[in-house]
Every structure is written in C-alpha cells, then in structure tokens.
Ligand binder design. Sequence first.
Ligand SMILES: C[S@@+](CC[C@H](N)C(=O)[O-])C[C@H]1O[C@@H](n2cnc3c(N)ncnc32)[C@H](O)[C@@H]1O
Length: 220
Amino acid sequence: MARPLPGYAPEGVLQPGIDRYINQLLPPRDAVLAEMERLAKRERIPIIGPACGRLLALVAQVSGARRIFEMGSAIGYSTVWLARAIGQEGKIYWTDADPKNLVRARQFLRRAGVLNRVEMLEGDALVSLKKTPGMFDMIFIDVGKEQYPAALHLAFPRLRRGGLLIADNVLWYGRAARPAKRGDRSTRSIQQFNREIHANKRLFPVILPLRDGVAVCRKG
Ligand SMILES: C[S@@+](CC[C@H](N)C(=O)[O-])C[C@H]1O[C@@H](n2cnc3c(N)ncnc32)[C@H](O)[C@@H]1O
C-alpha cells in the first residue's frame, strides 16, 4: 500500500478536522439519504457525500437545470440530490456499469420519490451518453478516473451553451497536485482532465477543494 501523502485525509483532500467541521454543520438528511450514507460507509461505496450533494443540488437549482446526464451513479446517492433539485418537470439519466447497483438504486430512487424523473441506463456511461440524443443542461462525471478525458470529450459537445460540466475527485486525494508515479494512470488522467478543462476557451472552470475536489465548469 502506498505511503499516506502529507496532509492525506481518507475521505478527501481537506484536513480531517475541517472535513468533520463542515459535515457536522450540515442538517440531518432524510431517512433515504441517511440509509444510503450508512450503506456506502459499510460497503465502502465512494459516494459524493452530503456536502458535495448539497453543492450539486445548489448548482442545479441556481442554474435552473432541467435535463441532467450523470456518468457513474452507483446506488443513486448523487442522483437523489440532483433529481430533487430539478423538480417534477426535470429529467436525470442514471448510469452505471454494475447491474447490482441498478437494482439497489431503483429501490432508493423509488423510496426517495424521484424515480419518475430518472431514466436508468445500465452499462458503460460513455456509450450510454453517445446513444442518448439531445443536449443537456448539466453533465456530472463520476466514472472510473482513467476515463475522465474521454468522458470530457464526449460530454463537452452535448452541453448546451450556458450548461454546466461537473466532475468529482479532481484532486484525487491530493495526488493530482503532485507528479504522478509511473504507471499511475488514474492520476495522469485526472491531471489531463484538469489541464483540458482549463485550456478549453469555452469552459469557465473552478475547482472547489470540497471533499476530494469538485470541478464546476460553465460552457460559454
Ligand atoms: C464514484 S462511484 C459513483 C458515485 C455516485 N456518483 C454518488 O456520488 O452517489 C462510481 C461508479 O461509476 C461506475 N462506473 C465506473 N466507470 C463506469 C463507466 N465507464 N460506465 C458506467 N459506470 C461506471 C462504478 O460502477 C461506480 O458505481
């Protein structure tokens, strides 16, 4: 196992005390989200967590997003935050390659009262995006880290002007800020993704060092 990085926090890049402080300020979640958080902790499912969930919901609400494509949804935790934020008329695409996640996510989404605004696409999220016609107000990238550059190339043309591209884990437990070790393809891919969103003249990116780093980019 790799030696912990200086300042390494198991849950992300924030100092553990700061992360705890932010999280203990948050209002309690409803029964469904709370159960999902417990399941994720028990089974080590890497969900975005409540602070980033609130960020996604906030960004969706202030931008008035109605049609969202999520790449990598697991048990549907981030989907619930986004689906609630877009309201009754909104539509969000849940995608995941793991069929076990589909079954669990469907149950949670039903219990959260949002299943009717979610379309569930099992399989490779990049392929699912290619197969789904139309433009999106928001695309959220949370697939395997080596796939981030490819996901960006597919997502960018599918965002409407003024749309938002969001990606989780862009600081990758701090590794993104250090030279990548030989063979560390995940870190190299995240670094490439971060360079590309900043080099793209039509994207206006901000990296927020919340949890493991979230990139929020507006397409102009
Ligand atoms: C970090 S988890 C997603 C967590 C979720 N966004 C949340 O915060 O609640 C990543 C998920 O993406 C899935 N995944 C990884 N690469 C994928 C791909 N290319 N296509 C579809 N699913 C993928 C994995 O099965 C895993 O469930």
